[in-house]
Design a protein around this ligand. Structure first.
Ligand SMILES: Cc1cc2nc3c(=O)[nH]c(=O)nc-3n(C[C@H](O)[C@H](O)[C@H](O)COP(=O)(O)O)c2cc1C
Length: 186
């Protein structure tokens, strides 16, 4: 019988990353506070929705992240979904080990008092709900405690595709939706 192991597959890791990068994502900054009170944060493209009831979201963190242990210990964290104009913030929060919050004036979450990024497209405050082994990453599942959506006329997501930041085309160039398909409800 063919089991995954019996395939004995070897991937070229660069080609594998390129294939994964073909899946366009948004970009989010996840934040928590370490036990000693230090605010931490990381840029992630792995943020995703999981469940409506209970309300769950997820992201995955590399086990090599300097802040991993603080993330494993964190009982609460926040997610800020970045606006198209926030590529510089994305880069700043992707630099390992730096004082990423220097000169950034965060907004405080109403439930957790944890930092969120001003002008983000959406905010979520989460309670740690589950942690799952995912190879060289840990999958963090959070239960949403509160959220906010920006809802302004210039709302545009920061998009990450094939290793580069992108912006969506103007709405007039949006692709036609299939008849009868209501995308919000999948
Ligand atoms: C666009 C973008 C997306 C990223 N997505 C992830 C991700 O989903 N998971 C992850 O572990 N690292 C991701 N990174 C890298 C982390 O942001 C970076 O390694 C992390 O902030 C380092 O944290 P540390 O200071 O705890 O080591 C991404 C970086 C960029 C620029």
């Amino acid at each position: 019988m063919n089991t995954p192991d019996s395939f004995n597959l070897t991937f070229d890791s660069r080609q594998f990353r390129n294939a994964l990068g073909s899946f366009a994502t948004g970009v989010a900054v996840v934040a928590c506070v370490a036990e000693d009170g230090t605010p931490l944060a990381s840029t992630v493209s792995s943020f995703n929705s999981v469940s409506l009831d209970p309300p769950l979201v997820l992201f995955s963190l590399a086990n090599s992240a300097l802040s991993l242990q603080s993330w494993l210990d964190a009982r609460h964290y926040t997610v800020s979904v970045l606006h198209a104009d926030q590529a510089a913030l994305s880069n700043r929060f992707a630099r390992a080990g730096e004082d990423k919050w220097r000169d950034v004036c965060p907004v405080r979450g109403p439930v957790t008092d944890l930092p969120l990024l001003p002008n983000a497209l959406a905010w979520f405050e989460c309670a740690a709900y589950g942690q799952h082994e995912g190879g060289d990453h840990t999958i963090m599942v959070g239960r949403v405690l509160s959220f906010r959506t920006r809802m302004q006329s210039d709302d545009q997501p920061l998009v990450f595709f094939k290793g580069r930041y992108r912006k969506l085309a103007r709405e007039s160039e949006a692709l036609p939706v299939d008849d009868g398909l209501y995308l919000h409800a999948w």
